[in-house]
Design a protein around this ligand. Structure first.
Ligand code: PMV
Length: 362
């Protein structure tokens, strides 16, 4: 099983290149069984599983320039063509955190040029796609220093590093489904990194559709750090962590046998439980908006009336992810256009689907 020490870079740093650049495109992901609650450093309290997305992604180019003299690394970040000084402390903290595993980075200034496929203030978190893209750029540098790195170690360490930037980012390296967190039914699962769910899944789950309804594009009300901390001393914490692990076991069976009814009930219950945790924490939060509830009710009515297997999930916010098999795309598109789009800010819907993970661009 993977251990922290496996990821410490202990090779020679004598021949560091003067200037190298790498670019990766890395997607966001949507959890089916949610991760909510952690211990330091980003160790999840329960196992989670997500679909890797394909249309919601970050493209990041990282330029590593060797320092002329020792001292602090200079970091600059440009997002969508705009200099983002406000992102620098977060990146600096990330690089500091991974330094024990990537000591070669101390020799470099880092210039990050990044863009998201989704609008910045869409309520879609860019931390999963952004941190995984950056972790992959770092691994590309490591590969130059150690060409014998295997492809599987490359991915594992990229996931390991991404996790230290933002927990769920470790689930964005590969696709179509990724498990993160130690679970007795998943061989090789680990709290330290995400692993591809490698069992044969029912074909109904390939290219699973995710139409993301942007109900509220505002800034997150509860930051991820604050949110996870709400689970410390939460009255229902232990039951919740246990339930999530049970739900993961049940969900894996449905992924293999194609039982969509059970799949949908687990996924919806997970979303509502995530929000129930926030409703019952101290301090408490309501992250759903009236339109979130209207959309959920419409989905339930539509499913009951038509039998179309469409369900929803939620992140820690008001937006609704409408999930359904690809073969129902035409019907669900029409349903969304006629009944749901009016509840979205500026009628904004992002059409996404499960995908295969990150790709190197340069
Ligand atoms: O990766 P973080 O720390 O932003 O936490 C993500 C938490 C949820 O999106 C709410 C659930 C999940 O498993 O992705």
């Amino acid at each position: 099983m993977a251990q922290n020490k496996d990821f410490i870079f202990a090779d020679s740093m004598n021949d560091l290149p003067e200037k190298v650049s790498f670019a990766w495109k890395s997607p966001s992901n949507i959890a089916l069984v949610k991760y909510w609650g952690k211990t330091d450093p980003q160790i999840p309290k329960n196992a989670s599983i997500s679909f890797t997305l394909s249309e919601s992604y970050t493209k990041t180019t990282a330029h590593f320039t060797k320092k002329k003299q020792s001292g602090k690394s200079e970091i600059s970040v440009t997002l969508g063509g705009e200099k983002m000084d406000s992102f620098v402390p977060k990146i600096a903290q990330f690089l500091e955190r991974i330094n024990v595993y990537t000591p070669y980075l101390s020799n470099y200034h880092v210039e990050i040029i990044t863009e998201n496929s989704f609008p910045h203030s869409s309520g879609i978190a860019s931390s999963a796609s952004g941190m995984s893209a950056l972790a992959l750029c770092v691994m590309s540098l490591e590969k130059v220093l150690k060409p014998s790195l295997s492809a599987s170690f490359f991915k594992q360490k990229a996931s390991f590093l991404a996790r230290l930037g933002s927990g769920s980012a470790c689930r964005s390296i590969e696709g179509e489904l990724v498990v993160w967190g130690k679970h007795e039914n998943v061989v090789g699962s680990s709290d330290l990194l995400g692993i591809k769910f490698s069992e044969k899944i029912d074909p109904v789950f390939h290219h699973y559709q995710d139409s993301i309804l942007l109900i509220d594009k505002g800034e997150k009300v509860v930051s991820s750090t604050v949110g996870h901390n709400l689970m410390i001393d939460h009255p229902f914490a232990e039951q919740r962590f246990e339930q999530a692990n049970q739900n993961l076991a049940r969900l894996m069976s449905t992924l293999k046998n194609g039982d969509l009814d059970t799949f949908m009930s687990i996924v919806e219950s997970e979303a509502l439980t995530l929000h129930a945790m926030m409703l019952t924490s101290n301090p408490y939060f309501i992250l759903m908006k009236p339109n979130t509830l209207k959309v959920i009710e419409k989905i339930w009515n539509y499913r009951k009336e038509t039998g179309v297997p469409v369900c929803f999930t939620l992140d820690a916010g008001a937006n609704v992810h409408v999930l359904y098999p690809k073969k129902w795309k035409a019907e669900v598109d029409q349903f969304i256009q006629s009944e749901l789009v009016k509840y979205c800010q500026n009628n904004h819907v992002i059409q996404d689907q499960s995908g295969m993970g990150a790709v190197q661009l340069a």
